[in-house]
Structures are given as C-alpha cells and as structure tokens.
Design a protein around this ligand. Structure first.
Ligand code: PLP
Length: 397
C-alpha cells in the first residue's frame, strides 16, 4: 500500500539493497554460535576507542554552562569557525576566513544533500562518484533525481581516479565530482598533483568539486594534502571534514564545510538552515576543543599503526595481497586465490576464525563489466590491539 505514492527517485533509492544486511546477518549467526565475545569485528567502520577526555569534559562543561538549551547557531558559533580556520592554517597552510566555514552534522549529511543543490531532477544529470566509495555520494545523487556516474578505483591505476577516461557525454551532463582522499576503503592518499588535476578538470568543465577529507588526520606516513591548498580550488570546490574519525566522535555528528566560493557556500548554508537545526551548541564547543588539540590524533595514528603492523603479516600469511594503507583505518585486501568470491572468504574468516570483515563486492558497483571489489575484502582496524593480536594468532593457526 502507498508504494505508488513514492516518487521515482525514492523508489530507486529503496530498490538498492542495504549492503551490510548480509554482513550483519552472518555476524549475528556467528555470534549465536560462538558467543558475542568470540567475534573480532573488523566489519564496521566505527572507532571503538573512547572520545578524548578533554572533548567529553568540554561537552559536559558546555551543557552545564548553557543551562537553557535554545536553538543553536546553525552555521556554527564564531568560536568554532575561528578554531577551524586556525586548524586549517596550521594543518594545510591554507587561509580561510571564519565566514568561509559552516558547521555541519558531520560529512554524511553534506554528502547526501549537496547533489540536490545542483542536479536538475529527471534529466539524466550526473554526480561523478568513486567506486568503491562512501554510499551517500550515490544515494544523495539518486534522491536528487540524478544518475551516479562511477569512476573505478583499481590497483592497475594505483587506486587513483582516471578523470580523463570519463566519456565526454557523461562529463557534459555532470554537475558534481566527489573526491575522497584519504580514500575509503582503498586507503589511498592522492598527491597534490592528482588534486590539482581534479581541480582543473572541475574548473574546465564547470563541475562542483566536493572534496571529502574526513580521514585527513588518519595517515601512516606523509600527512595528506587538502584541496584547499590547490590554486583554482577557490572557484569550484567545497571541502568537507569531520571529527567522527579524527577524534572518535561519530556519535557527536559534527564537522564542517568550507568554500571560498560564496555561491557554493551560501547554497549549502541555506539548504542546511532550511532542513535541519544546527549542531547542538555544547557539541560545537566540544568540537572546537577537539580541533584545537593535535595530541589525540597523533596518539591514534600510533595506535592504528600498531594494529596495522599486527594484522598485515597474518593476512599475508593466509595469502592476502594488498597495497599497504596510506591513510584511513581501512585495509582493502585482495582475497587469497583459493577463494572463489569475497563472500566465501569472509564466511570462512567468520566461521573458522571468528573474524568479521566486509566482502568487497558488497560495497562496490559493477561498472563497465568490472567490479573493483570482486576480489577484495575490507578490514577496519577498529578492534583494540589485543583483539588484533588474537585475530593474527587465529589466522596463523
Ligand atoms: C568517506 C567518508 N565520508 C564521510 C563519512 C561520514 O562522516 P560523518 O560521520 O562525519 O558523517 C564517512 C563515514 O564512514 C566516510 O567513510
């Protein structure tokens, strides 16, 4: 009943399967069989480490200090926007005025809503999105009445986008390009030259560049660059960042969007004002404290490196192959040859070893006859070091 009331874009969105359903079901079955504590969960990309104490304390203090909780400042408090501008300067050497920054409900909301600002519904217009990539890029495109145009991220291209390979007819119909560096789940960081190529491509074709940089502080060697450092980005780009992964604040849902283009910034600011309340003021206060602190991200980088070093030899030992992650907390592993599909490999890991992971083909699309996840599995380095060592031990047995 009422299915016929859904509009075509909503129907299309609802038709798409929820990729984690199968993973959740397998995990639940394994938990029933072995007990919850036996499963070591590399499946969900959600940090399990505590939000830093200084951030929690700042939040508690702000709740008490405010006492009365009125509607928050939707675009973000001056304090938060000034702190973000200082962080951008320190981190990337780029200058932003606080007026070029908007506080957001993390990056997800922004990714989902941005296509609606640019896609003319039902006319076959595109957002260009990475494959594999963060699902709201494509779901936001679909609900906006557009059609995602996927670019495959493959080992033979060093997991980098080949923008020149996008057919001209698709480029002409494209309004937005989503770029994600460090990239989830391939763990690739794009060079400054690659970012410049994307900026030039967008300026040449009048395409809005959405640079999702929410893993910018999770890296294993060289810190990633931001699109904000690239000449020409001031015309065409919006940059997204978030405290979800940098500061273990997924539950706080807080981040920012920055743009030097007043049309792009203003459009996002208005659609956010018109659709949601601002991020709670006490969370904005905690966010400012998080962005002002560099110690906790540095500590987390060491922790993720320890987990990576513990897991890598064990996965290699069972026949996995991969590019060592450059950033994010993901490992995008090629499955051992003896498994005919990622699903079979992940089931084996779960049933035989009590290790949960995500089959790569569930989070990738088949495009041009190629599914970049058809021989891959994703591991999120979120279990604590004891869990990772235990996983490594089980893999070696
Ligand atoms: C690439 C990417 N962008 C954005 C997000 C979501 O960010 P937030 O938690 O700030 O909404 C995620 C979360 O997993 C992500 O992987």
């Amino acid at each position: 009943m009422f299915e016929d009331r859904l509009n075509p874009s909503a129907k299309k969105l609802l038709e798409a399967p929820y990729p984690f359903k199968a993973v959740d079901e397998s995990k639940e079955n394994a938990q029933k069989k072995f007990g919850k504590d036996f499963i070591i969960d590399f499946g969900v990309g959600d940090p399990t480490d505590a939000t830093p104490e200084i951030v929690r304390n700042a939040c508690k203090k702000a709740v008490d200090w405010e006492m009365q909780s009125g509607y928050p400042v939707t675009g973000g408090t001056v304090e938060l926007r000034e702190t973000v501008a200082e962080w951008v300067k320190k981190r990337f050497g780029a200058s932003l005025s606080p007026d070029e920054i908007v506080s957001t409900y993390g990056a997800k909301y922004a990714c989902f809503v941005i296509p609606r600002l640019f896609i003319d519904a039902g006319k076959g217009e595109h957002c260009i999105v990475p494959n594999p990539g963060y699902p709201p890029y494509s779901s936001g495109t679909i609900i906006a009445g557009g059609v995602p145009h996927y670019y495959n991220l493959l080992p033979e291209n060093g997991f980098e986008p080949d923008l020149q390979a996008i057919p001209q007819n698709a480029v002409k119909k494209s309004k937005v390009l989503f770029l994600n560096s460090p990239q989830s789940p391939t763990a690739k960081i794009y060079s400054k030259a690659k970012l410049k190529e994307a900026v030039d491509f967008c300026n040449d074709n009048k395409i809005v560049l959405v640079s999702d940089e929410c893993y910018s502080d999770l890296y294993f060697a060289e810190p990633p660059h931001s699109v904000l450092e690239i000449r020409g980005s001031e015309n065409c780009s919006v940059v997204l960042n978030s405290l979800s992964k940098r500061s273990m604040m997924t539950g706080y849902a807080t981040g920012f969007l920055a743009s030097k283009n007043p049309v792009l910034l203003g459009a996002f600011k208005r659609i956010q004002d018109k659709s949601v309340q601002g991020v709670a003021t006490f969370i904005q206060s905690a966010s400012a404290v998080a962005f002002a602190d560099e110690r906790h991200p540095a500590e987390m980088r060491k922790i993720y490196k320890g987990r990576l070093d513990a897991l890598v030899p064990a996965l290699k030992g069972i026949g996995c192959d991969f590019m060592l992650p450059e950033g994010t907390f993901f490992l995008w592993a090629k499955i051992p040859e003896r498994f005919s599909s990622p699903r079979k490999f992940c089931e084996w890991l779960l049933i035989e070893k009590g290790i949960n992971s995500v089959p790569g083909n569930l989070i990738s699309e088949t495009v041009g006859g190629v599914n970049p996840g058809s021989d891959r599995a994703r591991f999120a380095l979120v279990p604590n070091i004891d869990g990772v060592r235990e996983a490594a031990k089980r893999l070696s047995e």
